[in-house]
Design a protein around this ligand. Structure first.
Ligand SMILES: [Zn+2]
Length: 257
């Protein structure tokens, strides 16, 4: 039996929570930001620019970032076959939900398709107000940029007046903590399943690493599917060094037999 067949055999009939990282979205043409070869790792200046304090204090920087958002192909990326295969596995009851490090929103699929989802670093398809916390669709802000507003402000009503706070992408950037309620939701999802299936993450940063430790400490079967080494390869996980899209194809074909 190959290592792929062996792992699929171990997962047969078990309930799983999936945990996805950058490797899940590379097939959609999205660069890896936080991995060892990631955009931010290789270019610390880009990471610094993403800090929320710089963004809040510098209107010229905000205008540049809004124009970048308007032009960014990331907003036109489409879910991969793997994103949809997870939906099939969720419908069959084998995958209870997905926890993702990715901010691309691709696990949201479309209006007619979905599965329980925790986006621990947020999602670029939404804006968040730095003053009142209001969350709104990113398309609203991008439409205003397109119509000539270089730095769109929050339109939520606070105490009967327009908030007018600074809007940013509803994502966790350098200098910001992951909201604790998201970690709690992710842990609840992991606790409900027999196994944790990691797809395309090197598990080199928190909270990814911490969530895998939580699953191992809870006695869960942990399967890690990633091309290249991960931080947990020698820590009692079932590691498979293949592309996570190929793995999901194989897993789906066996579970639908
Ligand atoms: Zn606001």
């Amino acid at each position: 039996m190959s290592s792929l067949e062996c792992l699929i055999d171990r997962l047969r009939g078990t309930t799983m929570t999936a945990f996805t990282g950058a490797g899940m979205s590379t097939a959609a043409g999205i660069p890896d930001y936080r991995g060892p070869q990631g955009v931010w790792t290789m270019n610390p200046a880009a990471a610094k620019l993403s800090r929320v304090s710089h963004y809040r204090d510098d209107p010229e920087l905000r205008k540049r970032i809004w124009l970048d958002r308007l032009a960014n192909p990331l907003y036109r990326a489409r879910p991969t076959s793997g994103h949809y295969r997870l939906q099939g596995l969720a419908h069959s009851g084998q995958v209870l939900g997905v926890v993702t490090q990715n901010v691309d929103g691709l696990h949201r699929l479309d209006d007619s398709a979905s599965y329980p989802l925790v986006e621990i670093h947020g999602c670029i398809n939404e804006t968040r107000c730095l003053r009142c916390g209001d969350v709104a669709p990113m398309t609203q802000a991008l439409t205003r940029i397109f119509d000539g507003d270089p730095d769109p402000r929050c339109q939520a009503s606070v105490g009967g007046r327009r908030c007018d706070g600074i809007l940013t992408s509803n994502t966790v950037t350098f200098g910001e903590p992951v909201p604790p309620e998201k970690i709690e939701k992710a842990q609840q999802m992991i606790a409900q399943a027999n196994a944790l299936l990691v797809l395309g993450s090197t598990l080199s940063v928190n909270p990814a690493a911490r969530l895998v430790a939580y699953a191992l400490d809870s006695g869960k079967l942990v399967a890690v599917v990633n091309q290249g080494p991960t931080r947990y390869d020698t820590r009692g996980v079932h590691k498979l060094d293949i592309d996570c899209q190929d793995f999901l194809g194989a897993l789906e074909s066996i579970t639908t037999q």
